[in-house]
Design a protein around this ligand. Structure first.
Ligand code: PMT
Length: 409
């Protein structure tokens, strides 16, 4: 699952190679990518919108002037939400439109409006590929940083032989994976992050919760994704947007969070930043509890919730190589955090003093990174900076471990 959580916009333009785009779509999804598709009018002469929709499990975008598409998604959002735009097959016509900055249909307009990286897999007759016009257009696109995949040589559907065949889907997928791994120190690693509070129901309208905003956990998920890791973020109810490039699963209760974490294993890294409720109401009422002059306030019986961090750290077969917990303390920070490190069986603990300073919901955090060997105090900083520095520590951990393994093995 080397593309887990990656959002890819696949543009399928006209050409017989469009039939291979269906296999490409299937293989991208198999690697965990979330794929949206634009099918050009030319493309739809070769494959049907129905097959693209069935394989992508989403609606297919075809028309720049569709009122429904523009109100629900819009070409600007289509062009900005993807981590990568992949044009396969890229016809000579679409390549020319891109080179000249034309906005003639949904595909060319989306490409023109985009600020995302673009890769193209050209496919055309060899004479068209060799034509001076196409050569110049390709040079223009390459100068603009658009990455080419292929084309390869061989016998064409039209019976001619030469360069112009679209690269095979597996080679395109490899190029896409390589694109996401370049300069990404955690590329190839998978991470699971918990964030936010949990809400434990008392009745259908009331719950036990806490003041976690999800800012710290979400920032960590984003930092790991920026470093190249495939990240699954399991978040309790928060009011902040899902981080880009991260597969986010929303849950309400501790039990749901545990289940989602178990489903997200195996992973190389687990970071539990969520403020999970330690207790839940034993028998949450099915109907709203009534209050009244003659009614005594309800007595709530609390029972222990599962300890998600401990469950992950003690998993018999799928324990991540690096398990990191948080400790929210109001007193004896180091001592209590060290006790949690032992009790929960994790490798590192990030301790924050939530009593002395405003940490829940704030923009900044002040943390201590505690391992079994040492403790580092980090200066107070934005939650994004803390997340980025934690990403660097994690990268170093894997670099050192992999270096040691190479030395001994
Ligand atoms: O969300 P923000 O507003 O940005 O605030 C960030 C934060 C303060 C919530 C965060 O920095 C933090 O400290 N998170 C952990 C909060 C907490 O519940 O700490 P704890 O000491 O009670 O729990 C210790 C560890 O066990 C934590 O990693 C927690 O996720 C985990 N745990 C706790 C209970 C439980 N039932 N299951 C768990 O996995």
């Amino acid at each position: 699952m080397m593309l887990r959580g990656k959002k890819i916009l696949l543009i399928i333009s006209g050409g017989i190679a469009a039939y291979k785009a269906l296999d490409l779509l299937r293989q991208l999804k198999k690697q965990g990518a979330q794929v949206r598709c634009i099918l050009t009018r030319g493309g739809s002469q070769f494959i049907t919108p129905m097959s693209v929709a069935s394989l992508s499990e989403r609606e297919v975008h075809m028309d720049l002037w569709s009122l429904k598409d523009e109100t629900e998604m819009g070409h600007i959002r289509l062009s900005r939400e993807a981590d990568l735009i992949l044009v396969a097959p890229a016809s000579a016509n679409l390549i020319a439109q891109m080179a000249y900055g034309l906005a003639e249909d949904l595909a060319s307009t989306t490409l023109l409006a985009s600020n995302r990286p673009v890769m193209i897999a050209p496919a055309m007759n060899p004479m068209m590929w060799e034509n001076a016009a196409t050569r110049e257009n390709i040079e223009t696109l390459e100068k603009r940083g658009i990455q080419m995949i292929g084309p390869s040589s061989g016998e064409m559907a039209c019976g001619e032989t030469g360069q112009g065949r679209m690269s095979e889907p597996e080679n395109i997928v490899k190029a896409v994976i390589h694109h996401f791994q370049a300069d990404k120190p955690l590329a190839g690693k998978t991470a699971l992050v918990t964030s936010g509070p949990t809400h434990e129901p008392i009745d259908p309208v009331r719950f036990i919760g806490n003041r976690s905003s999800g800012k710290q956990g979400h920032a960590i998920a984003r930092a790991l994704a920026d470093a190249g890791s495939a990240v699954t973020l399991i978040s309790g109810p928060v009011n902040i947007p899902d981080p880009e490039g991260v597969e986010t699963i929303q849950v309400q209760t501790a039990q749901e969070m545990l289940e989602a974490c178990q489903n997200a294993l195996p992973a190389d890294i687990a970071i539990c930043a969520a403020a999970v409720a330690d207790w839940r109401v034993e028998n949450a009422a099915r109907h709203k509890i009534k209050k009244g002059k003659d009614l005594a306030p309800p007595a709530l019986t609390l029972i222990q919730n599962p300890d998600i961090l401990r469950e992950i750290a003690s998993h018999p077969t799928k324990r991540p190589a690096l398990v990191i917990g948080f400790a929210a303390e109001t007193e004896n920070l180091e001592q209590n955090a060290r006790a949690k490190l032992q009790k929960k069986g994790c490798d590192w603990i990030i301790a924050n003093n939530v009593g002395m300073e405003d940490i829940f919901g704030a923009q900044e955090n002040h943390v201590y990174l505690i391992t079994h060997k040492n403790i580092q105090e980090w200066p107070k900083a934005s939650k994004e900076n803390i997340a980025r520095d934690l990403g660097l520590e994690i990268t170093n951990y894997f670099l050192n471990n992999e270096f040691e393994t190479r030395k001994t093995g």
